[in-house]
Design a protein around this ligand. Structure first.
Ligand SMILES: CNc1nc2c(CCNCC3CCCC3)c3nc(N)[nH]c(=O)c3cc2[nH]1
Length: 373
């Protein structure tokens, strides 16, 4: 088994678990937050900086790399690890979600999805087979089944048909997956906001015995309590000895709430995306450093943070760089936000080890000010 999940312990206070995910490119401590590098780069970050802030695995994406530069080129370069000089684990998403969030003119059939490139308008298609073959060529350690993420809200009947088709697609991915690359193919549970469809999807996928399972179709605009309810309706039907990945989730409160419910892996573009407009996640809650009130503030962005940006630069300096549209400003805010979430998961793992994640949740929410996150 190329990718193996080792359950270390379950938190006595909650349903959270401490684990280690062994992959051909190294070990990942779980629960883990995975920085997103959509186009084979975590925007503005070097691999060395990512390692310094503690990233153990990063994400990339089939849809984007299929369109540009093309998976054959990445394969010719020796695969994604060589191409981007990242020698730790990589996970690639299968592209289905991005087709729907990025491209126009798309058409979905039993065969797969037809769409126009958002870059040059070319007519393209992705199927369970081709999405799997692209990911095999890219060479990530963990690859995702090709699925449809139903829109939210959506009619029950639509979600039912879509979820059943996603289960048929998952079987086709398994058949197309070439095992020569030592990669692990994870299944993706769908089912919208319907407990019965979530259960059926989980049963369909676990009958195919994947090495890991993602929960998709969430973090699509639904109220957060719907997401948490769907986790509670799904996770009991997933095997305890396999990792669980909640796709597209990464606000601090959701990482804690998801971990409490037994999620092991998270990814989100939030920290890098909000960093690019000068919004920071700090121990005191969110802070917009470009705000005029920081003009003469010569203290660190977050007094409790030990990241490179907070140790060496002031709010006034970073505010100046962002106002002056200096690239270095966005690099510093990105370094901080990624370090904040990676470090949050270090604290979550510590709390699980010491059976106090429920208490940690209360303390964190109190300080972070669970207004908007
Ligand atoms: C933000 N919310 C959200 N994201 C979802 C995503 C994307 C997760 N992030 C992937 C990275 C971002 C670009 C490179 C890889 C989802 N992906 C899939 N395949 N299926 C979902 O149901 C699915 C559902 C998701 N919900």
């Amino acid at each position: 088994m190329a990718v193996k999940y080792e359950l270390i312990k379950t938190c006595a206070q909650t349903g959270a678990r401490l684990g280690r995910l062994h992959t051909p490119h190294g070990v990942i401590d779980t629960p883990t937050f995975m920085p997103v590098g959509t186009q084979a780069s975590v925007k503005g970050m070097s691999p060395e900086e990512l390692k310094t802030l503690g990233a153990q695995i990063i994400l990339s994406n089939t849809y984007h790399l299929f369109l540009r530069p093309g998976h054959e080129l990445v394969k010719e370069a020796g695969g994604l690890h060589r191409f981007m000089n990242w020698d730790r684990p990589i996970l690639t998403d299968s592209g289905g979600f991005q087709v729907f969030s990025l491209s126009e003119m798309r058409k979905i059939t039993e065969e797969g999805v037809q769409f126009r490139s958002h870059i040059n308008g070319d007519k393209l298609s992705l199927t369970p087979e081709s999405a799997t073959q692209v990911q095999n060529a890219l060479g990530a350690d963990i690859i995702m089944a090709f699925d449809e993420c139903p829109p939210y809200p959506a009619e029950y009947e639509y979600v039912k048909q879509s979820t059943e088709r996603t289960s048929r697609w998952a079987e086709r991915c398994l058949k197309a997956h070439s095992r020569s690359h030592d990669q692990a193919l994870f299944g993706i549970v769908q089912g919208g906001m319907h407990a019965d469809l979530r259960k059926q999807s989980a049963l369909d996928l676990t009958s195919l015995d994947f090495p890991g399972y993602a929960m998709g179709g969430l973090s699509v605009g639904e109220p957060k309590h719907f997401m948490y309810e769907m986790l509670e309706e799904t996770i009991p039907y997933l095997p305890g000895n396999k990792p669980r990945y909640l796709m597209g989730v990464g606000s601090p409160d959701a990482l804690i709430e998801g971990s409490i419910r037994g999620v092991d892996m998270f990814d989100c573009v939030l920290p890098t995306r909000i960093a690019r407009n000068g919004t920071l996640m700090t121990s005191q809650g969110r802070m917009v450093v470009r705000n005029a009130k920081y003009t003469n503030d010569f203290g660190p962005m977050d007094p409790e943070c030990s990241c490179y940006a907070c140790r060496n630069y002031s709010r006034a300096y970073i505010r100046h760089l962002i106002k002056a549209d200096e690239m270095f400003g966005l690099r510093l805010t990105t370094i901080h936000n990624l370090h904040f979430l990676v470090n949050l998961m270090v604290q979550v793992r510590e709390a699980i080890r010491e059976d106090r994640l429920g208490t940690f949740r209360e303390e964190f929410f109190e300080k972070y000010g669970m207004a908007d996150n």
